[in-house]
Design a binder for this molecule. Sequence first.
Ligand code: C2E
Ligand code: MG
Ligand code: MG
Ligand code: MG
Length: 293
Amino acid sequence: QAKAAGRCTFIRYDDHMDVAARQRAVVSGALRRALDRGELRLVFQPRMALSPPRITGVEALLRWSSPEHGDIAPSDFIPIAEENGMILEIGEWVLREACMMLQRWRQHGLDDMAVSVNVSVLQLLRGDFTDVVARVLDDVGIPAHLLELELTESVLMANAEQSAAQLHAFRALGVSLAIDDFGTGYSSLAYLKRLPITTLKIDKAFVDGLPHDAEDSAITPTIVAMGHSLGLRVVAEGVETRAQMRFLAERGCDEIQGFWISPPLEAAQCLAFVRNWRPASMQLPHRAPLVTS
Ligand code: C2E
Ligand code: MG
Ligand code: MG
Ligand code: MG
């Protein structure tokens, strides 16, 4: 019985691998056409400074709705786009689209908002990516300091020399540079110190356990303090509760992003959210309690 079950599992596992590989090839093909067919779009997640409270900007996040395959998560299709090289074209589209959206919002009066764009290792390593960024900023007409590029630790560490040179070129342009998912990679602090980055984004994994988990409540203030001592802005990702926000605010974390403020929103909704947003709606800890009587 057990043997039969084991064998059955093995066969199904093997089948499953085959299906997965075929599925990947199909998705890869569909992805090549997705951009031309208008199946890709951006959603935007607001980011909030804690003291004083204000919406500082948005992170652009890619979405793919395929008529054949349904909605596919970025964590599922971005690795495929990196594998088949489409990430270069897609990444440039994301950059331009995000900047154009910001420019439109600026024309609606949101003139001090910034936009953050996730950048893949392949984009970073192509020789002309700085030129691409410079051209997009110029074409769209937004000041460089309103664009932030988000890179993951593993990307930077795996290509240390070339990455450092690229980052210096970006800083010369005036764009901000964030390390995304900070704490999950393997950055050496000595290396980090030498990179011209402006922002650390603490990974959601360290925010989840706040405020009760002993390790998370030790790690996050340490990252905040370390970031500040290196002159960096520190942002916490994946903040979902008021208690997490309060903990981070009390430890001097500069900004938070997460469902507590807002999930990623369609462009029009995001514009409305930012325009209607009021600090009072956030129940921030340093605000005096309402006196009722
Ligand atoms: P990321 O850059 O770390 O983005 C944060 C992810 O966490 C987003 O997932 C966002 O929707 C999600 N998130 C934000 N707040 C919360 C929260 O409070 N709770 C929970 N549970 N989740 C939250 P998403 O949109 O699925 O993106 C996943 C990853 O895919 C991104 O992680 C980023 O690494 C990558 N990605 C997304 N768009 C792009 C893109 O345009 N280019 C590249 N290269 N990568 C992208
Ligand atoms: Mg990001
Ligand atoms: Mg992240
Ligand atoms: Mg991530």
